[in-house]
Every structure is written in structure tokens, then in C-alpha cells.
Design a protein around this ligand. Structure first.
Ligand code: M6R
Length: 631
């Protein structure tokens, strides 16, 4: 987690770094700091709390300089204090760090024995002391960074400067994302391209082991020589094993400005804006995969088609909300294509000893494309030469780059920590993916294909219709707030959406919420039911409808309040529910695949309005960060 940014050769580095930090705040928001270098001076300001606290402090300060580094923190080692906030400064060295140093205790013990006094509780300060020691001997920042690389174990992205080497910034990446960008003679580093989108013209992502030294208007890139020799990431490497890369061989990516990015427009929160963008961004999910003239599904590349033809089993691995999208995909793929699907969270899967056959397909889902557990699964699959498909929102992210086949959510940048539009676009793509598999395996009739395409094309309108009634959810917030616990229930296609609904509520409202399939109710959770418990029941008219209604009767007779979410004007559901919300009228025959997508929106709205009603920080819920780049 944490966001880092650095620049050299810009006219107003304070402004560039603060703007950049704003875009990186989703990566961590408990404290922040900035260091601006001017000749042989450094001016460091840090603040606890949101970035606005740092902004307040620096507003009154003249911080001149064309070179600087900055950081927004999600605490891993040590409490949220100014001492623990970055940049850390030791001797002439200033450093910002994203990641975790696994051997920091051992390194710290050795430094303590040498009489070093620590000011913070962080693993980062250990790096700063080591760099300062090496710098004193080597008199070169680059040599000091090369040396520190050989002793650090763990996962880290570092930006380092020294007041003794003006206009010099050295970066080292081993694990978390770090991008290098330029425009004329200005250079930038950051954890995310959003941070320099207003200043740089092109960038490339650093590879693990890369060191870049920027010195005034020049840079050099050092890359591990033994890159492909299957060395473990944490194995100590001799610092002479780097080679300077010829800059002609670098592939630069054009910086694109995201039309959905950085302004809340007239919305109170990014989350609300992102919920309301869904009709629009769903078009971007659908259109790359559909021929609207022939009303046909477009298929993936020939290589992937061959793999799909052969496969009998698909693994889908992800974390958090992406994991619930994976759960939904299991229902879609097994129904549409009759292929068996196994789903797991990446944090569990990476330590399982799951047998995978060369013909099995593995799909990884990640909005950010940088989630540490998911990335680690990808790396271990690559070692076993198993091909991997990814579904990411962030193009050129680590997971996107390292996978063999890429699908994209195309949801535009998602700023709010709680995922909304990326989830809905994932469901759309996974629905399309399941029908692609069915088509490749000759299990999709031409009539069904046309009906499916028609259903997909109706989605943007239907999503808009759900949002037209958002006020009906807002009006129920007082009713929601009377309850202390929440059980989200659904069967079949609705079950993963219930799980996602419970996660949204936990994440934003900080009250206990759990999801159960209706069929599991009698096996325990029914004992929880009393007047303080609200059952949020997802009961659309699908193949599970009658069974779910019977379960709802059982819940009702035990005194729970019920918030029913179901199909258009369902009188029976309204009778059983204390409060209800109806999805729009669906005439398409593929309503079983549309229902879960549409039902996701009331889940999001419910958590959003409830959180706002309680006065919580909707966009940046406590203890969380958008991109979980540490285990
Ligand atoms: O970027 P990813 O999709 O890999 O992120 C996975 C989870 O960390 C993420 O979905 C998290 O659960 C969200 N905050 C949920 O709203």
C-alpha cells in the first residue's frame, strides 16, 4: 500500500507533488509528507491525517525547488505519527518507501549494536540508515542504492535523494508498482500514472530489480543481468550483477488522461459519482466484445480460443470484491458453458497445493492489477508455465503485463476505496466470457447468441433505470439504521451479490454484516434472527424464486425485519418484506444473467447512503486502502 511520487526538473515541484499525492491518496491516507530539495538544502513537511492536513501546513510555506519526493502512508510498521510518516531523513539521505522490508528486524538489531539511534518505528528508517552508511563510504547515491538492494529482503519501491547530490533522484523497485515518466527534460516516478498525467507525456513501468538514476536532465536504467535465471526475488544479489540498459530498447507508453478521473463533478463523493457512471461505463465493457450489426459475440484471439476448446476446468482467483465477481462467474460459466469452475481467494490459493493441469485455464481478476496476493499467484503459475488470463481495470498494471491473455473492465479510474463500477463491469465481462466459452464449445445456439447480445445491449438503459430510483434507497436509511446486524441472503446467481452487499456494508458502515445462501439458513444463522437483525433478501424471479420465498416466510415468522430486493412489481415479495426495492422490468430472455448485475446497484446505494447518513468518510473508509500491495 502507500503511494510514492518524485520529480526532477519541474518548475514547481511542490505543486506537482501535492497534485500527485491527491491522486495517490487511495493507496493510503493515514499520514503524508513531502520533501523539496533546493541546492544543498531539503525542506521536509509531514502531517498526520488526510492529505488536506499536509496541504494546510505547506500552504503557508515557500518551498522552492525543482526536485522532490512525497508519500502518502498506510501504516504497516508503527503507529500513525509524524515521526513514522515519510519522507525519512538520515544524514544527507531522504527516502520514501512503499512496501515491507521482511528482514528489517535483523538489520535494525545490527544497526542498534553499532550505536544507531532510531527516531521512528518504521522499517523504512532502517533503509535510510543503511543508505546513509553506504553513502558515507561510496560517495555516490547510485552505489549506495545498489548496495542496499543487495541486503534488503521483502517487497519495496524506493525513491532516494541526497542533499549532497543536487538534482539527483534514484529509484529502486522490487515488488510494488513503480512507474518512470518524462516530458522534455522533466522526470517523474510514481506508484500510479494518474499522479503525473497532467505533466508527463510518456512512461514505462519499472521491472523488479530495476534501478533508475536521474541526474539533472539525464537518466540511466540498470537492470539485473540474471533476470531470467529463475533466481528467487529475495535471494541476495551481488551489486555488480546489473547492466546499463540501452535507452533505444525501452518501450514508452503514452500517458493518457482518464476522462473519469480526478474530479467529483457535482457529486458529494467519488463513490456516488462512480455509482452513477455505471450506465455509461457499462457500454465500454460491452462494446469491445459485441458486433452490434450482426448481433454476434466477438471471440478472443485464436490462441485463447484453442485453449478454451481444450479446457475442462477453470480456476478463478481474486480478492475482496473481485473475488465475489469470480463467484458470480462460476454460476455464469457452469450454466452457460457446462465447464467446471473452482474459485478461491488469492490469499488462500497461493498457499494451497492445488493440482493444476496444463489444459486448465486460470483467470485472475483485479481492479488495480497490483494486489499482492493475486500477483503472487500469477508469479507462481508462470513458474509452472501455466497460462493465465487476467481481467484488470488498470491497463499496464503488473497483473495485466505478466498475464498471457488480457480482458479489461474498462470502467475508467475508480477513486473511491469501495469498488462499484469496476465490480459491475467485471460482472458484464465475465457474463460475456461465459457465453464466449459456450460459443467456442458449440453450446450456444444462434438464437440464444442473438438474445444474449440483445440482453447485453439493454444493460446500460436498465442500469440507468435502477439509478432513477436511487432516492427510494436513500429514503430507507433511517429504517436501516434501526438495526444492529445485517444478514444478506440470496440463492444461486444472487448469492455472490449478497456477499458483495455484505462486504460493502462492512467496509462503509462498520456494522456487522454477513452473507448466507438461503439454503444454509437452517444450518445455523437462523439462530441469529430477532428484531435487531435485518435480512436483506435478494429474491429476483429466477429458477430459485419459489424456494427463496419459502425461506423468507421462515425468516419472517421468527420476527426479523426484511428488506426485499426483487423483480419489477413483485407483489408477493412486497407482502413478505418490511421494506422493498424493485428492479426494472426486464423483457429479455437472459434475465437470469442480467438480474445479478442490476441487483448490485441497490447494494451499493444502500451502503453508500447509510455510510453518509452516519457521517463516515465514504470515499476513504477507516483502516482500508484501495490497492493492497502488501500481503
Ligand atoms: O484491485 P483488486 O480488485 O485486486 O482489489 C481487491 C480488493 O482489495 C478490493 O476489491 C476490496 O475488497 C475493495 N475495497 C472492495 O470494495
Amino acid at each position: 500500500m502507500c503511494g510514492i511520487i518524485g520529480c526532477v526538473g519541474v518548475t514547481n515541484s511542490k505543486q506537482v507533488l501535492l497534485e500527485g499525492l491527491k491522486t495517490l491518496e487511495y493507496r493510503g491516507y493515514d499520514s503524508s509528507g513531502i520533501a523539496i530539495f533546493n541546492k544543498d538544502n531539503v525542506n521536509i513537511v509531514k502531517a498526520v491525517g488526510k492529505l488536506s492536513q499536509l496541504q494546510k501546513k505547506v500552504n503557508n510555506q515557500e518551498m522552492l525547488g525543482s526536485h522532490g519526493i512525497a508519500h502518502t502512508r498506510w501504516a504497516t510498521h508503527g503507529k500513525v505519527t509524524e515521526e513514522n510518516a515519510h519522507p525519512h531523513i538520515v544524514g544527507s539521505i531522504s527516502i520514501v518507501h512503499n512496501g515491507i522490508i521482511e528482514n528489517y528486524r535483523k538489520l535494525k538489531t545490527e544497526l542498534l549494536k553499532d550505536g544507531v539511534v532510531f527516531k521512528s518505528e518504521t522499517d523504512t528508517e532502517v533503509i535510510a540508515h543503511l543508505l546513509n552508511n553506504y553513502y558515507e563510504k561510496e560517495k555516490s547515491l547510485l552505489q549506495a542504492v545498489k548496495k542496499v538492494k543487495s541486503v534488503l529482503q521483502g517487497s519495496f519501491a524506493l525513491l532516494v535523494s541526497s542533499v549532497k547530490e543536487p538534482q539527483t533522484l534514484v529509484a529502486l523497485k522490487s515488488g510494488p508498482p513503480l512507474l518512470f515518466a518524462r516530458s522534455n527534460e522533466s522526470y517523474f516516478f510514481s506508484s500510479d500514472s494518474l499522479a503525473f498525467q497532467n505533466y508527463a507525456t510518456e512512461f514505462f513501468p519499472l521491472e523488479d530489480g530495476d534501478i533508475i538514476e536521474v541526474k539533472k536532465d539525464k537518466f540511466s536504467l540498470l537492470r539485473d543481468k540474471n533476470k531470467n535465471e529463475n533466481k528467487s526475488k529475495n535471494e541476495n544479489k551481488n551489486e555488480n550483477e546489473n547492466e546499463i540498459i540501452d535507452q533505444k530498447n525501452l518501450i514508452w507508453i503514452k500517458v493518457s488522461k482518464d476522462q473519469y478521473s480526478l474530479s467529483k463533478q457535482s457529486y458529494k463523493h467519488f463513490m456516488l459519482k462512480e455509482i452513477f457512471e455505471q450506465p455509461q461505463v457499462s457500454v465500454q465493457a460491452i462494446s469491445p466484445y459485441i458486433d452490434q450489426v450482426k448481433m454476434e459475440l466477438l471471440l478472443p484471439c485464436k490462441d485463447l480460443q484453442q485453449k478454451i476448446k481444450k479446457t475442462k476446468k477453470i480456476f478463478i482467483i481474486a480478492c475482496g470484491t473481485s473475488f465475489y465477481a469470480a463467484m458470480e462467474a462460476k454460476y455464469y460459466i457452469e450454466k452457460a458453458a457446462g465447464v467446471s469452475v473452482e474459485v478461491d481467494t488469492a490469499s488462500e490459493f497461493r498457499y494451497r497445493h492445488t493440482p493444476i493441469d496444463q489444459d486448465d485455464l486460470v483467470l485472475l481478476i483485479s481492479q488495480s492489477g497490483e494486489t499482492a496476493d493475486t500477483l503472487s499467484v500469477l508469479r507462481s503459475l508462470k513458474e509452472k508455465e501455466i497460462s493465465v488470463i487476467s481481467l484488470c481495470n488498470t491497463k499496464s498494471s503488473s497483473i495485466d503485463r505478466l498475464s498471457d491473455f488480457s480482458y479489461y473492465m474498462n470502467a475508467g479510474v475508480e477513486v473511491a476505496v469501495a469498488s462499484t463500477k469496476a465490480f459491475v463491469n467485471s460482472l458484464i465481462i465475465l457474463n460475456i466470457f461465459s457465453e464466449q466459452i459456450a460459443k467456442i464449445k458449440n453450446k450456444l445456439t444462434t438464437t440464444d447468441e442473438k438474445d444474449f447480445v440483445a440482453s447485453m445491449l439493454s444493460l446500460p438503459r436498465l442500469l440507468g433505470e435502477v439509478l432513477d430510483f436511487s432516492i427510494a434507497i436513500k429514503d430507507k436509511v433511517e429504517f436501516l439504521s434501526k438495526h444492529k446486524g445485517f444478514l444478506f441472503m440470496g440463492r444461486g446467481f444472487s448469492f455472490p451479490i449478497s456477499m458483495e452487499g455484505a462486504l460493502k456494508l462492512k467496509e462503509l458502515v462498520y456494522l456487522h454484516a454477513e452473507a448466507y445462501s438461503f439454503g444454509e439458513m437452517k444450518h445455523g444463522p437462523l439462530a441469529l434472527i430477532d428484531k435487531n437483525m435485518l435480512v436483506i433478501a435478494l429474491v429476483p424471479k429466477d429458477e430459485f424464486y419459489e424456494k427463496s420465498l419459502s425461506n423468507l416466510e421462515e425468516v419472517r415468522s421468527r420476527g426479523a425485519s426484511i428488506f426485499g430486493i426483487g423483480s419489477y412489481q413483485d407483489k408477493e415479495l412486497a407482502r413478505l418484506s418490511t421494506e422493498h426495492f424493485f428492479l426494472p422490468k426486464i423483457t429479455e430472455s437472459f434475465c437470469w444473467s442480467l438480474n445479478p448485475i442490476l441487483a448490485s446497484l441497490p447494494m451499493q446505494l444502500l451502503a453508500y447512503y447509510f455510510s453518509d447518513y452516519l457521517g463516515h468518510d465514504v470515499d476513504q473508509p477507516r483502516n482500508l486502502a484501495k490497492s493492497v500491495t502488501v500481503e
